[in-house]
Design a protein around this ligand. Structure first.
Ligand code: ATP
Ligand code: MG
Length: 578
């Protein structure tokens, strides 16, 4: 990418491949570049953003929006973007999350800089030294109020807070107590270090916010070295300053924290990045709260963070989403300074559009019904040529075996079909995809009246799919040769929640009440064509007439398992057309 301005409003037609919305952050950066704002700073004048996840869970599609924005701006302006772990809360952070997050960012197609990733915990000593500086300049004090008392003293939106009785301690006493907090002399929760700002500020964040709390906990990287841990608002601006960030882009809920971000950096008189807030991604039928996602995992409502029903990047990847489709989705939704909800159908549209271009086609039968071609010689077989991808000629062709006994989808047959049913019924002629024309003559049934076999005759002159006499055959169905078909497991996913806003719980319950009990159907009766017998995990296919599927890591040689990414039908495109 380069920094030439993009067409501000290419199109809102979802069929247009390159949609680029210019956003207000680009305007800010352009203005900064024009005025030379960062050139005068003691930092690299280039755009320098960061993506700062806390390693307390897996990344989800909302994080992808932030990743694409931050790394995207760095690419666009030939700048830098730091992947930085905001690991200041030892209680919830784990190394396995660090590993998963790095993998996700790289999978999306972004480079973790050579000297990255960065860790806030690497700056613990610097944070401490900055705190000492604020104590010395009279801008911070040690407070002995308990967490409960601190809350009570804080006041409310309508009432001012009250000064802590410890607010006017001498610098010496503060330094002594703070050192001893650090050395582990006091129990958890007994003291805090607070910024001395204004207990009557209309902005509650400025009412002497806590900078450090005492916590004797094991940190995933620093172990038991620290007995005090910095609060988010104190640490975050320092992390940005230390790394020479220029534009610190965060979600809207931090707007009220910006004055505090600015206050700390101004008091310390160090490099001062500009905090810019944007609207987070909310997605219909989807939960994007890490806390709730963790609950789904811990309470086994899903099989883990990697469950293909999860909105996590690793779940979506396993389900069959491509990084390109996710990046394209993020481009389309754009970036604005307001909180909106995006229709999940747009995300589904993006993956369909991408896979339509690249996924090889394959034949699969989920609910098999046996079809016998009575006039085809027993024990013989032949192959027909199938097109791998009609959207991509370079994908070539493959041969599919054909014989007297076939499987078709049970849904493709009705004994006595209505006129507009263009599939198979007694007396009807259909085309077997890539193969030939057949006419149904009769069925056999079991003792309960269920159809067990469909008997047909083929027209041997229709090899390839058309009759030499040019007669019109409307219906085309897909099939597999019984002798050659590979048994497979197919996992069909529906939305994990069956309400548009699953965060809104029904009276007297929580969000779990909105879980869709039918979000997973495991089909064990399926068959796929022989070329898929040993399909490797993460290979994606279009199963013709059905949807897009992705090979799961649970596959074994000769026993593949597929996850349905998304069915073929695109409700989004229809909605757009209206
Ligand atoms: P929490 O803070 O509740 O643990 P979080 O999702 O904000 O959850 P972070 O690790 O702080 O987790 O997120 C990292 C970055 O991703 C933050 O800069 C945050 O602004 C951004 N982010 C998180 N959720 C979204 C979202 N839904 N849309 C856009 N950006 C998001
Ligand atoms: Mg957050």
């Amino acid at each position: 990418m380069n920094d030439t301005p993009k067409n501000p409003n290419t199109s809102n037609n979802p069929e247009t491949p390159e949609i680029r919305h210019r956003n207000f952050i680009e305007d800010i950066i352009d203005a900064d570049n024009a005025s030379g704002k960062w050139a005068s700073e003691a930092v690299d004048a280039r755009v320098h953003t960061r993506f700062p996840p806390e390693p307390n869970g897996f990344l989800h599609i909302g994080h992808a929006k932030s990743i694409c924005l931050n790394f995207g701006l760095a690419e666009q302006y030939d700048g830098l973007c730091n992947l930085r772990f905001d690991d200041t809360n030892p209680a919830k952070e784990e190394d396995r999350y660090v590993t998963a997050i790095k993998e996700d960012v790289q999978w999306l197609g972004f480079d973790i800089q050579e000297n990255g990733p960065f860790f806030a915990s690497d700056y613990f000593q610097k944070f401490y030294d900055f705190a000492v500086q604020l104590i010395q300049s009279g801008n911070a004090y040690v407070c002995d109020l308990t967490p409960d008392e601190t809350r009570k003293y804080r006041g409310t939106l309508t009432e001012p807070g009250r000064d802590s009785p410890h607010r006017n301690r001498s610098v010496e006493e503060n330094l002594d107590l703070f050192t001893r907090m650090k050395n582990g002399e006091f129990p958890d929760g007994s003291r805090t270090l607070r910024a001395k700002i204004d207990m009557s500020s209309p902005n509650l964040n400025l009412r002497d916010p806590v900078m450090y709390r005492i916590l004797h906990a094991n940190h995933h990287r620093t172990g038991s070295e620290w007995n005090i841990y910095p609060m988010y608002d104190w640490a975050h601006g320092l992390e940005d300053a230390i790394e020479g960030i220029t534009h610190s882009i965060c979600t809207l809920e931090f707007e009220d924290h910006r004055p505090l971000y600015d206050w700390f950096l101004d008091r310390l008189d160090i490099h001062h990045p500009q905090q810019i807030e944007f609207g987070p991604l909310n997605l219909s039928y989807t939960i994007l709260s890490k806390r709730k996602l963790l609950q789904l995992v811990n309470e086994n409502h899903v099989t883990g963070w990697y469950d293909p029903r999860m909105p996590t990047l690793s779940g979506m990847r396993r389900r069959g989403y491509t990084p390109e489709s996710i990046r394209n989705f993020c481009e389309r939704i754009g970036v604005a300074k307001r909180d909106t909800t995006v229709d999940v159908a747009l995300l589904e549209h993006c993956i369909r559009e991408d896979l339509n271009k690249r996924a090889p086609r394959a034949l699969a039968i989920q609910n098999p019904l046996k079809l016998v071609i009575d006039n085809y010689p027993e024990g013989e077989s032949e192959t027909f040529v199938a097109i791998n991808n009609p959207e991509d000629e370079s994908a070539g062709t493959r041969n599919i075996p054909f014989s007297r006994e076939l499987y078709i989808e049970r849904d493709d047959f009705l004994e006595d079909p209505p006129r507009k049913f263009f599939r198979l019924g007694i007396g009807r002629e259909v085309r077997l995809r890539y193969a030939c024309l057949i006419t149904c003559k009769s069925v056999t049934k079991d003792a309960y009246g269920n159809i067990t076999e469909v008997h047909c005759e083929w027209d041997p002159d229709s090899r390839g799919g058309n009759a030499p006499d040019g007669r019109k055959v409307r219906g085309t169905i897909h099939w597999l040769s019984v002798a050659h078909a590979i048994p497979a497991e197919i996992r069909l996913y529906e939305r994990l929640f069956n309400t548009e806003n699953p965060n809104k719980a029904p009276e007297g319950s929580d969000f779990l009440a909105n879980l869709n009990p039918e979000s997973l159907t495991i089909v064990k009766t399926a068959f796929v064509e022989p070329s898929l017998a040993n399909a490797s995990p993460e290979s994606r296919y279009q199963f013709e007439r059905s949807g897009y599927y992705c090979t799961d890591k649970d596959s074994r040689p000769g026993a593949p398992v597929f996850n349905r990414t998304v069915p073929l039908r695109d409700s989004w495109a229809k909605k757009q057309a209206k």
